[in-house]
Write a protein that binds this ligand. Structure first.
Ligand SMILES: Nc1ncnc2c1ncn2[C@@H]1O[C@H](COP(=O)(O)OP(=O)(O)OP(=O)(O)O)[C@@H](O)[C@H]1O
Ligand SMILES: [Mg+2]
Length: 491
């Protein structure tokens, strides 16, 4: 036998690694079957090896339905695992409600449904427990996000470029609001502080003495143009919609980190954006993803508690803004008891989002690859390292790309440690899903409304709040000598 023959001989046997149907344990969730009826198993969320999955496939290749089938089966099998689901398009959310209605409608009460465009939820970030995250750090994260809001989504806008001074200004305004002891403090005050006469003085008066005066001096040193530019971004981020303004002025804040650190929670963030407000969607996706991610990074490593899955559909829509957080996530959350399941229509958009993102995702995940467009298939094939093969890289790449382009809907490669298994996904009974959702329509509606924001959130303007404080807005130089004994007790 030649070396090449031996390699083929071993490859033949090593191909048998997916478990035979007969070897399945009751707890295994079957992702699909090969043409030889070998079962491909959905990876368990464990600490031992990365259970993150990247699912790639063109529109209609059955990514979302297949993954939701896995998600709901897993949620029922592992009731302690918590979940954060970010859905930029809304069909994953719809499928989740359908599948859970069929397989376990009693689990609807595990769902925390958050929808920021029409239903709203309590999201006054001033009220968010900061635990060991310093206000300055949170202010910096928020300011950077606000800064990127118009730049990323609308392409480069020179007049609004995020200079360091702008970022610094936004950071200090946000920090002052976060640290204000006023019970009605809201990030909506940021815009007012920067555009209303006496606004920044009013904010300084409502902020602690070690923060207010510094912020006042910094903002007074900015040109009017810069102030307007920061204010316009803050307006878009925090009050770009009336419902968003209500969320930011609400009396409390959903603590996504605390929900994920509780066992069994299924937190669904529906970013389907029925109003077509493109820029807010990646902003909110990023903010919520980071809040979830931070709570995982606070866990000790190795983590001993329950696992947390983060599922993101249509990754290509949010990858431009999520890329750095995603890179952090895939590399670090395994030992913190977390894993990511990302779905994307292709590879090219991910590669364009940042140079490190696609290689980072590919090297830290198992891959589920359905039918791809030619360009996406070629890029994927370039990254898929052939394992234990005597064929040239070029030949394998060409074959992988050609197959992926010609897959039928529901046909996939499972790529684990460089080994490819071609299989057909389990047949998802979407008609039964839909029927079940019709039966459970009332409970689904109750679930969707459980955290909905009540109408008529009270907004207190910055200037009114400062007037009620009982002190005239203070000047920078005066603050040092003026102990604020008159400060009323709020709440
Ligand atoms: N087993 C099945 N039998 C019949 N139809 C199916 C099955 N699985 C999925 N479908 C249907 O195929 C369509 C596409 O499925 P799905 O939404 O999962 O694709 P996708 O890859 O997520 O596409 P997109 O990228 O556009 O979101 C849906 O209308 C779904 O109802
Ligand atoms: Mg989909």
């Amino acid at each position: 036998m030649t070396i090449s023959d031996w390699t083929k001989f071993f490859r033949h046997f090593s191909k048998k690694t997916p478990k035979q149907s007969t070897e399945l344990s009751d707890a295994d969730i079957v992702l699909g079957h090969t043409s030889e009826n070998e079962a491909v198993i959905w990876p368990k969320p464990t600490l031992v090896e990365s259970s993150s999955v990247l699912c790639l496939g063109a529109s209609g290749s059955r990514k979302t339905t297949t993954i939701v089938e896995m998600m709901i089966r897993e949620a029922l099998r592992d009731p302690d695992t918590s979940h954060l689901i970010l859905d930029p398009k809304g069909d994953m959310v719809a499928y989740i409600f359908q599948a859970i209605s069929l397989y376990g409608p009693e689990n609807l009460n595990r769902i925390y449904y958050l929808e920021p465009f029409t239903t709203g939820f309590h999201f006054n970030l001033v009220k968010l427990p900061r635990r060991n995250r310093p206000a300055k750090v949170f202010a910096w994260q928020l300011a950077s996000l606000v800064g990127r809001l118009t730049t990323d989504a609308a392409g480069p806008r020179k007049d609004l470029s995020t200079g360091a001074r702008q970022l610094d200004g936004a950071m200090m305004v946000i920090e002052s609001i976060l640290l204000s002891e006023h019970p009605d403090a809201t990030l909506l005050w940021g815009e007012e502080a920067l555009t209303r006469p006496g606004g920044v003085e009013a904010l300084a008066a409502l902020s602690p003495p070690d923060v207010g005066p510094r912020m006042l001096a910094a903002i007074q040193g900015l040109s009017p143009d810069l102030k307007v530019s920061i204010a316009s971004r803050m307006r878009l981020a925090f009050s770009g919609l009336p419902i968003l303004a209500d969320m930011m002025a609400a009396p409390g804040c959903i603590d996504i980190g605390a929900l994920l650190n509780a066992k069994g929670a299924i937190v669904i963030v529906d970013l389907s954006d029925p109003l077509g407000l493109g820029e807010l969607r990646p902003f909110l996706a990023n903010l919520i993803f980071r809040l979830g991610l931070d709570s995982l990074l606070e866990r000790s490593s190795p983590h001993e508690g329950h696992h947390t899955r983060i599922w993101i559909d249509e990754l290509q829509i949010v990858s431009a803004v999520l890329s750095s957080a995603l890179e952090d996530a895939v590399a670090t959350i395994r030992s913190r008891g977390g894993s990511l399941v990302g779905l994307s229509q292709g590879t090219v958009a991910l590669a364009q989002a940042s140079p490190a993102l696609l290689p980072g995702l590919l090297s830290n995940t198992r891959k589920l690859v359905g039918r791809l467009n030619a360009e996406d298939a070629l890029l994927l094939a370039k990254h898929v390292a052939p394992a234990g093969s005597d064929e040239s890289f070029g030949a394998i790449r060409a074959r992988v790309a050609a197959r992926a382009v010609s897959f039928k809907n529901g046909e996939f490669y499972w790529i684990d440690n460089g080994k490819r298994t071609r299989f057909s996904a389990v047949n998802v009974d979407v008609d039964s899903w839909k029927e079940a959702a019709k039966r459970e329509a009332e409970s689904i509606e109750v679930t969707k409304q459980r955290l909905a924001l009540a109408k008529g959130v009270k907004h207190i303007s910055l200037l009114d709040a400062a007037r009620a404080w009982g002190t005239a807005p203070i000047e920078h130089s005066a603050t040092k000598n003026k102990p604020r004994k008159t400060k009323p007790r709020w709440g």
